[in-house]
Structures are given as structure tokens and as C-alpha cells.
Design a protein around this ligand. Sequence first.
Ligand code: KG4
Ligand code: ZN
Length: 340
Amino acid sequence: MMRILSIETSCDETSVAVVEYVEAVALPNVTQTTATQIDIHRATGGVVPEVAAREHVQAIIPLVDETMRKAGIVPEQIDRIAVTSGPGLMTSLLVGVETARTLAYAWNKPLYGTNHIAGHIAANFLTHENIAFPAVALVVSGGHTELLHIDKADSGTLTYELLGATRDDAAGECFDKCARVLGLPYPGGPAISKLAAEGNREAVEFPRPMLNKPGYEFSFSGLKTAVLYYHRDNPEVNLADVCASLEAAIVEVLTKQTAKAVSALNAKSVLVGGGVAANTYLREQLTSYIDVPVYFPTPEYSTDNAAMIAAACALESDLDDATKNLWNVKADPGWEVTPR
Ligand code: KG4
Ligand code: ZN
């Protein structure tokens, strides 16, 4: 049995989990508690970092208490503490990292700084068994749009190679910014997706950036500009049609770039992660367009959550060096996905 207490505060969700791996059972038991700040950030149309950090400070200790109570455990029963140490907003990361460090110090536990992107990918391992490697991972959130090549070493540790990322805005950021342009609430992804379900995806021909270029990069800022001008020049056009056409453009780019990576690398599976993985149309398109298994985390593990951080920590078997000194774990807002 290995029991991990994990903490995630990289953006605007304060999340704490107790994740228990029982020997010879692939899927862990998870107890997770999350405090979302969405209502607060809705008022400003996006996350104000200092406001987010203050909210994390208020929420974090009560959440640790509540999660441990729900899991029915005391500190002596914890084997590791894992915390998101990057990438993310510096002030938000600091709250989680310093809380985790304090708990690790007080309870004399090993502390692991864990990568947030690796967490979004590892979220799939909380609910899916027998995932085949090599895999291609598509991480799509408000802060990231990345394609990665993932393999599994004999030790069980995952290796990550970045294939391509966005040159400018992330896919979720594009949803959020376009929603703002269209007068829809924050976060934009769910709002656009809901309206899109009633619209015509072929009503407006928005650009499909990067599809004709070699490699695996993305670019979404031009799409946002296209929506801005289209909406300004055609105010009478049905909003559902604009949303459906925008969603079609974003999803087509994500699907085709992922499919290209799968065939070039002969991947055996696709692992999708991040808030945009909750998008129904993206799920449908990836699944029908790609002929290897495509895995999505369940909704509670798609958006930012602590259980995925424990899962990423559990997938790193060779962690000794990092834990020799509790003070080594540092908040690192620009940490690339390669774990350590
Ligand atoms: O992973 P996440 O919770 O936080 C970040 O690390 O960014 O992702 C949040 C992003 C937001 O941009 C939100 O608009 C988007 O995920 N999102 C969606 C959907 N649900 C959340 N985008 C499209 N369709 C959805 N259903
Ligand atoms: Zn995230």
C-alpha cells in the first residue's frame, strides 16, 4: 500500500486528495476535495493572480483537514506528500508548495514537487487500466496546448518528449477570450460548447491555423482575432452558429495534429488531459478520427485537481534524489513537462 497526500494550487482551483495504491490493484482509491474560485473570477472575466493566491490561502488548510477526515486517515498513515510545483501562476503555486513543505516538515514525510502537465496526462491512469505505449498525449487547458510523446521505461517511470506546443494562446484560452468577445460568461469553454450544440458548424469558415505546416505546433491567437472581426462585422448572425463554427475550427486543428503525431510515431494510444478534454465535440472527433484507443479522464480529473498530481507522482519510481532535501522543492512557473 502506498498512500499519497497531494495538493494542487497552480491556478484557480484549490484541490487536495488522498490517493491510495493497494498492491496488485491497478486503479487507486481516491478521496478528493476541491474548492473552485470560478465564481470569483467570473466577475473579472479571468483569473487575477493575487486574488487567486488569497483564496488558496484561505481554503487550503480546511481542505487538507476535510480530505483526511473523509479518507479516514491520520498523518502517520501518509507515505508521501506530492504538490504541483509548476508550471502555473507563481503566487498560486507558492501557496501549495509552502503548505506542502510545512506539512512534510511537521509530519516528517518525503515531499515531491510534481509537474502539472504530467499530472493532466497521469489523470488517465486514475480510471483506465492497461494503457498501451508508446502513446501520444494531448494536453489542452486554459494555459497549455501541447502534444507529447510518452513512453514507459522498464522501471515503470514515464518518459515525456515534447512534440509541439502553442506559439501563442492555448486552446482553452481561445475559448475563454472568444467567449468574452461574444459576451458569454467565464469560463468560455463550457459556455461556447453549450451554444455550439444548437448551431451549424459550417456557418462561418474560421481559419484552421497550422494545419498545413510541418510539425506539431499550434496557434490560436489568429482565431480569436477572426472571431472578433466576424462578430463586429456580422452582429446579426446567430450566436450559436458562430460558437459551433469556432468550436469546429479549434477541434479540427487539435484532432488533425494529434492524428498526425499518432501515425508518425506509430503510437498505440492517445491520452488527453486538461480542462478542454471535457469538451464533448473534441471527444467525439478524436475518437472517430483516430484508430487507436483514445483515453479521457473522467470530468473530475479533467480540470485542475489534486488526484492527478498524486497519480503523476506515483508514476515516477526513481525519486530518491529529489527527496534528500525537503528544501529542494521550489515553485517553478515555467517548468517544462519533463519530470525533474
Ligand atoms: O485544466 P484547467 O482546469 O485549468 C488550466 O490549467 O488552465 O482548464 C481550464 C480551461 C478553461 O479555458 C475552460 O474554458 C476550458 O478548460 N474548458 C472547456 C470545457 N470545460 C472547460 N473548453 C471547452 N469545452 C469544455 N467543455
Ligand atoms: Zn491545468
